[in-house]
Write a protein that binds this ligand. Structure first.
Ligand SMILES: Cc1ncc(COP(=O)(O)O)c(C=O)c1O
Length: 434
């Protein structure tokens, strides 16, 4: 048989968004000795095989002692195909109450194969026709852009600006889209320590966004995997917690607060859907119908491990992550101080960075387009990897911005990596003096 032609396969396969992840992984593999400020992976030194066994046992005990199952039912729950919406929905609801002060009906939760599947299900459900579009605060997480591409939902960018969201731009984009005959189906954003910008919306802006959503008839898709990695006692409420109008679909992930290998995330979709026969049901039920044809159900073993983690820590993931929160805080501080120490003349060089108070990411402006070729050069000649920001704008046009992630580096690597990064930036800022 002749080879299949890439151009004859789904258009997403030639989209730069899908190529981005591949490229970034590939370059990290090619330069294994380079210090990597690139991946958004959680800190891994605290991972312990024993935890997996203990969490699994804790969840099994929970099934027997709390959920009232007999041994046969508990065994079936762990080994068999399971409930499409998941088996830890009640535990997730308790976790949201403890960590976020949110009360949600467990029936409005769909447990998914990571947040990535939650995004895909929500976008698949919302896309009803070729005029439907999503708005997303830009730069935007590549996984969201990729999921939108797979369901053929165009994504219209909304400016982030210094506050993390330019509300006037959002309103203008929505109105322009409608004037163009398009139907905005939702607005995606990461309100806390965003990936990739690191920005956080303050509380007045969150309230103003909810007001605009009500006025303009918009659904908000809130994705919030990094929010616990900041202050432990002074977090702004989630949009979901402030939402009195059912406007927010909450996309959850246990990849950073638990661990990514479990592949467990969720969507809280409590919006009522009129079923047309006099009945209504939560949007979650419709997501579940789609899920039944995508992944059937989320691995009960993965769910059990996250369920056990939740039970063992009294549903309090802030407490469960105190060591990680401290590592990220220390690393962020070290990177920010290290940049300032190495680039005291940053303003003159045309270099600037933000100073997020939490999360994994720092956004750096540089006086040259930071493209993939320069990234390779940075790895090869300066021993340091970062992420070119253009990947988060969905095209190949290089931009003078890069993202640094502080989550997977040791203090020694930070020093070495920043030495390389500062030398690289200086060389590029004054190419004539090289
Ligand atoms: C903003 C954002 N949303 C979602 C995800 C994906 O989460 P999961 O691993 O649960 O699919 C990530 C992972 O990096 C992310 O940064």
């Amino acid at each position: 048989m002749d080879p299949l032609r890439l151009g004859d396969l789904h258009g997403a396969l030639t989209d730069p968004v899908l190529a981005a992840m591949e490229f970034l992984n590939e370059i990290a593999n090619r330069y294994p000795d380079a210090v990597s400020f690139a991946p958004g992976r959680p800190y891994e030194e605290f991972f312990d095989i024993e935890d997996l066994h203990r969490y699994l046992r804790a969840f099994h005990r929970h099934l027997l002692d709390e959920a009232g199952m007999d041994a046969r039912q508990a065994r079936r729950t762990l080994f068999q195909y399971g409930r499409t919406k998941g088996i830890i929905h009640e535990l997730i609801a308790r976790n949201l109450t403890v960590d976020e002060g949110i009360q949600v009906d467990p029936e409005s939760i769909v447990v998914t194969v990571g947040c990535q599947e939650a995004m895909l299900l929500v976008l698949r459900a919302l896309w009803a026709g070729p005029r439907d579009v999503l708005l997303a605060v830009s730069p935007v997480y590549v996984g969201l852009s990729g999921a939108a591409r797979l369901v053929e939902m165009p994504v219209l960018p909304v400016r982030d600006g210094p506050a993390g969201l330019d509300l006037a731009d959002l309103v203008a984009r929505v109105r322009q889209a409608r004037a163009d005959g398009l139907v905005p189906r939702g607005v995606y954003l990461v309100p806390d320590f965003a990936n990739p910008s690191g920005a956080t919306l303050d509380v007045p802006l969150r309230r103003a966004l909810l007001r605009v959503a009500a006025e303009e008839g918009l659904l908000l898709l809130e994705d919030n995997p990094y929010r616990l990695f900041g202050s432990t006692d002074d977090r702004p409420p989630t949009l979901k917690a402030l939402d009195e109008d059912g406007r927010v679909v909450y996309l959850g992930s246990y990849a950073k607060t638990g661990f990514p290998g479990a592949r467990v995330g969720f969507a809280v979709a409590d919006q009522p859907v009129d079923l047309g026969d006099g009945r209504t049901g939560p949007l979650a039920d419709q997501l579940s119908r789609i899920k039944s044809m995508v992944t059937v159900n989320t691995s009960p073993v993965g769910q059990a491990v996250i369920g056990g983690l939740l039970v063992e820590h009294g549903f309090d993931l802030v407490k469960a992550n105190l060591r990680e929160i401290e590592v990220y805080r220390r690393n962020r501080r070290q990177v920010l101080d290290g940049l300032a120490a190495r680039l005291p003349d940053a303003a003159a060089l045309g270099v600037a960075w933000n100073s997020p108070s939490g999360g994994f990411f720092i956004s750096v402006r540089v006086p040259f387009p930071a493209d993939d070729e320069l990234l390779e050069r940075s790895a090869r000649e300066y021993g340091v990897l970062w992420t070119p920001m253009h990947h988060f704008y969905g095209d190949r046009t290089p931009l003078p911005h890069l993202r640094l992630s502080v989550s997977l580096v040791t203090p020694e690597e930070i020093e070495r990596g920043l030495d390389g990064l500062a030398a690289f930036i200086r060389a590029r800022a004054h190419p004539a003096r090289r």
